[in-house]
Write a protein that binds this ligand. Structure first.
Ligand code: GAL
Length: 675
């Protein structure tokens, strides 16, 4: 099924009516209308309320909710409740509970506490999906299935151990193949039976665990999550083929899951965005990670996506979102391709750990609070923005953020304990250079089709998957510009170091050999002098410095200190009609901003806004619509440069100057004939 086009920009959130008496439902519906909320995600954690004992289904209350919402013009994203199975299921079938990595079976805890392999769990969740599909498949309120909630975690029980062994047997065919691929001769790790392979255990063994095993365990676990999703998805598709499916992804680019593996199996990608750093710091640079993740989402299917959860307010006691920030973050999602603004949650719960979390309706139960009013105002604006549906940013730049590479870097002994964060941090540093210039970016896998991009930036491509070097080579030969960095081309898909010198299979394309890599122990202990690409000056090297020999690359910058002074720090090599740039160190943002600025100018990369913008004011075009987003706490003025714009949302006059208040945003459209 193609990505569905909903008739409106969805606005609403997680709604848990089973926590409330029915009289409150009527208040809810009245408040939903007041807040211009027309879409509710229902049933996410309702399993115990829908099946009170094995096979005893109780859907009557949900019937009334569905009917009530529909009667009031509110659509439903109906969830399968499999993220929180009932206590009776754990009690009658303890195998449905997860085992921790120390092999201890967990108690029936909060949620997402199910074994990823248990047949009982899968059978019961599929049965629930079937009940829901048969009962509500043709309900007029239903617009989308929301399968489970935020897949994550691992299970180390015996069922999972056996499934892992079977998964490996399927993948490798024979133990000889597995022993060879995993480099099992080291430390006498060779196994002679599949049952000798166990999931990675915690310290002290975990630290010394075979890295290929760790990697395959991540892949296996990911496949198990996907299998749980597909178990339910297949039922829903069979019974309601016309209703689209999604699952709400989360923790993007943190190494939790390989979400790209889910992308072909959802009709519309959706995710939960909680950009805490930006809300709490108010620092405009911290708005880039959310933009990056929205771009990751859009790039999953190269189609619009849904913002399935966001926090309309903020946790009590934490620094509150400043007036306007909620609207700004919501319009940011739209600017990057979202077709919804959804919240966790509609009405604040009175019990348990999330009772102080932000919600549209807080504990006072009225529309009086600032958060409610900001949500309502935004809801009104979203109605004006309906025309942007289907329009997409048109990036000519891609940043490669590869989830499997992230796993490999996370556990790499070379990363000096920074493995978990370094990859995202460095990718973001590159990304920010384009984002702050209003240049649209796709965030793609190393295996993606790159043919439409003028520039591809692939920092820290430590693990090179089969076929990727060839594809990158073909991209450059055909005229593409590729930027790679140190720590690239080190290991294959089994975490085995490439023979023949680093950057392994990228060596020919880069035209150099990294003989050593020096880890800097003090900041500013190394610098490099740049005298190419229209740049000159001395810049700081950071963290790592490749000490390279040139094969046939051209030198653009050399190190200035220490025993490798004079050796190349930035190079480029021409292949066919393209170039491969190599950054031998991890330069800081002052260098990257200039470097990518030069490339952007030379390549005439399209900018969302023609003129210069004040710092922290970000432009992002979505088709013909331009979003101007002021992420700073200062008012900002933008010159219209003689063009005439019409404002689509923002309540801001668009004369010669466009004035944006602190955390203000406007969506504008160029008036015809005014270019
Ligand atoms: C999400 C989750 C919601 C809620 C929210 C709180 O990760 O899906 O159910 O817990 O976090 O921020």
């Amino acid at each position: 099924m193609r990505t569905p086009m909903f008739s409106r920009i969805l606005h609403g959130g997680d709604y848990n009516p089973e926590q409330w008496p029915e009289a409150v439902w009527l208040e809810d519906v009245a408040l939903m209308k007041e807040a211009h909320c027309q879409t509710m995600s229902v049933g996410i954690f309702s399993w115990a309320a829908l099946e009170r004992a094995d096979g005893e289904y109780t859907f009557e209350w949900l019937d009334r909710v569905m009917n009530l919402l529909h009667a009031n013009g509110i659509s439903v994203v109906l969830a399968t409740p499999s993220a929180a199975h009932p206590a009776w299921l754990s009690a009658s079938h303890p195998e449905v509970l997860r085992c921790r990595h120390d092999r201890v079976r967990e108690e029936h805890r909060a949620r997402v506490n199910y074994c990823l392999t248990s047949r009982v769990y899968r059978r019961k969740s599929a049965a629930m999906a079937e009940q829901l599909a048969r009962r509500y498949g043709s309900h007029p309120a239903l617009i989308l299935w929301h399968v489970s909630n935020e897949y994550h975690g691992e299970c180390h029980c015996e069922l999972c151990q056996s499934a892992f062994q079977a998964w490996l047997r399927e993948r490798y065919g024979s133990l000889d193949q597995l022993n060879a691929a995993w480099g099992m001769r080291v430390w006498s790790h060779t196994v002679s039976a599949w049952t000798q392979i166990r999931s990675p255990a915690p310290w002290p063994h975990g630290q010394w665990c075979n890295l290929a095993l760790k990697l395959d365990w991540k892949r296996f676990t990911n496949d198990q999550h996907l299998a749980c999703y597909l178990t339910e998805a297949e039922v829903l598709r069979r019974i309601t083929p016309e209703i689209p499916l999604t699952t709400n992804m989360h923790q993007l680019c943190t190494g939790w899951l390989h979400w790209r593996a889910f992308a072909p199996h959802v009709d519309v990608a959706s995710w939960d965005s909680y950009p805490v750093e930006y809300f709490e710091s108010g620092d405009w640079r911290q708005a880039a990670p959310a933009a990056f993740r929205h771009d990751f989402m859009r790039s999953l299917k190269r189609q619009p996506f849904l913002l399935m959860e966001s926090n309309p307010g903020w946790q009590r006691g934490r620094r509150q979102k400043r007036p306007g920030m909620h609207r700004l973050a919501s319009l940011q999602a739209l600017a990057h391709g979202s077709e919804s603004v959804q919240y966790f949650q509609w009405r604040n719960c009175r019990s348990q750990v999330e009772k102080y979390h932000g919600a549209v309706v807080d504990h006072d139960g009225t529309s009086a609070p600032r958060v409610f009013r900001e949500v309502a105002e935004l809801g009104g604006e979203l109605e004006q923005l309906v025309a942007i549906r289907g329009a997409m940013p048109q990036p000519k730049v891609a940043v490669i953020f590869d989830e499997e590479n992230h796993w490999a870097l996370s556990h790499s002994p070379a990363m000096r304990g920074e493995g978990d964060s370094i990859y995202l941090d460095v990718c973001l540093e590159h990304y920010r250079c384009f984002w702050q210039r209003g240049i649209a970016v796709d965030v793609v896998a190393s295996t993606a089709d790159l043919s439409g991009y003028r520039l591809v930036v692939a920092p820290l491509l430590y693990m090179v998957l089969p076929g990727v070097a060839e594809q990158l080579g073909a991209y450059v030969e055909a005229g593409g510009i590729l930027v790679i960095s140190c720590w690239s081309g080190y290991v294959d898909q089994h975490d085995t170091a490439f023979a023949g010198g680093f950057p392994g299979p990228l060596r020919h394309m880069a035209g150099l050999w990294s003989e050593e890599i020096d880890g800097l122990v003090a900041e500013s202990s190394q610098s490099f002098g740049m005298r190419g690409l229209g740049m000159s000056g001395s810049f700081s090297a950071r963290r790592f410095c490749d000490v390279c020999h040139l094969d046939d690359a051209e030198v653009l910058a050399v190190y200035e200190d220490d025993y490798y002074a004079g050796r190349p720090a930035v190079t480029r090599k021409r292949s066919g009609s393209g170039w491969c740039y190599y950054l031998a160190t991890l330069p800081d943002e002052s260098f990257l901003t200039l470097f990518h600025g030069q490339l952007a100018t030379q390549l005439e990369l399209p900018r969302s806004w023609p003129g210069e913008l004040p710092e922290g004011l970000i432009a992002q075009a979505r088709g013909e619509y331009i979003f101007l987003l002021n992420f700073t706490s200062n008012p900002a003025t933008v010159s219209a440069d003689g063009r005439a714009y019409v404002e689509v949302a923002g309540n801001i006059a668009c004369g010669e100057q466009i004035e944006l208040p602190p955390f203000g945003a406007v969506v504008i459209h160029l008036l015809e004939g005014s270019s």
